[in-house]
Ligand binder design. Sequence first.
Ligand SMILES: NC(=O)c1ccc[n+]([C@@H]2O[C@H](COP(=O)([O-])OP(=O)(O)OC[C@H]3O[C@@H](n4cnc5c(N)ncnc54)[C@H](OP(=O)(O)O)[C@@H]3O)[C@@H](O)[C@H]2O)c1
Length: 310
Amino acid sequence: MRAIGQDEFGGPEVLGVVEVERPVPGPAEVLVRVHAAGVNPTDSWHRATGGLAGAVIRLGWDVSGVVEEVGLGVTTLAPGDEVFGMPRHPLPAGTYAEYVTSPARHLVRKPADLTHEQAAALPLAGLTAWQALVDTADVRPGQRVLIHAAAGGVGHLAVQIAKARGAHVIGTARAAKHEFLRSLGADELVDYTEADFETAVEPVDVVVDTIGGAYGPRSLRALRPGGILVALASPEEARLADTARPLGLRAAFMAVEADQAGMREIAALAEAGLLRPALDTVLPLADAAKAHELADGRRTTGKIVLSVTD
Ligand SMILES: NC(=O)c1ccc[n+]([C@@H]2O[C@H](COP(=O)([O-])OP(=O)(O)OC[C@H]3O[C@@H](n4cnc5c(N)ncnc54)[C@H](OP(=O)(O)O)[C@@H]3O)[C@@H](O)[C@H]2O)c1
């Protein structure tokens, strides 16, 4: 099969098409014929440095496709089922390929009215938003939620999930992206190039921060007493918990993990029309390097997706 491979760490140019053996599903796994694979910042991190694996791996976690074959003991999926998910994360998965294996329970049925490209845009960014807002922050109706980089892959899904939970949603983004974010349900927007968010908005109950650095301590200043900062950009932000505690605040670094329950919630929201991924750019698999160049600019609105079937 065709896949994207690399021989060394480096910039987007190290990525190229390789011919490799089609994987075989193990017990409790399925083989998926990949139709589309989402691109995420962690893919670039792994391409450039080996990331969590510390070695060259086959990139990609987001997948939407069709079950081709099931391994021993799989009872919940059958060949022909349309599925999507984020297999194995934080272990390698390798969805930038024509076929990928996945634990059956890391996948769920693809909502019929989403294309494979749309479905492949949802898992990693959507699970991150779900696990941050719902599992970690336990967002309640009427709470004020501030989402940084609200127009990004995680941000634009977080806006919709927070809205679906009944929250008052505030986002940071450049002014050119405000109309897009209003169309997703954002109630208030801050152009972070013009104003300091911590003074521009009334105190909030929850901050979801995908930017990191100075945004961590600054976001603590935006919280109400008892509020929580969910930091996503860097594990070093785990330290923010110690800064937050004496101030009567909470802070946590969260790492997204494979999660069928979360995928079911995401599929249900999509089926109800409450969660729609925005596709910034769709490129063919062979253009993975071009997709990474675009992603590394960190200016995209919504998601970049690789289309794998011709
Ligand atoms: N911990 C985890 O498990 C986890 C999971 C997923 C992602 N992440 C991390 O979360 C971060 C975001 O991921 P993503 O997929 O959402 O990235 P992305 O799609 O590349 O984000 C791009 C967006 O960021 C916005 N942006 C850049 N700087 C900004 C700033 N200072 N203030 C507000 N918006 C800003 C850009 O909008 P403008 O043009 O308006 O600047 C653009 O729309 C990455 O660092 C990623 O590694 C962590």
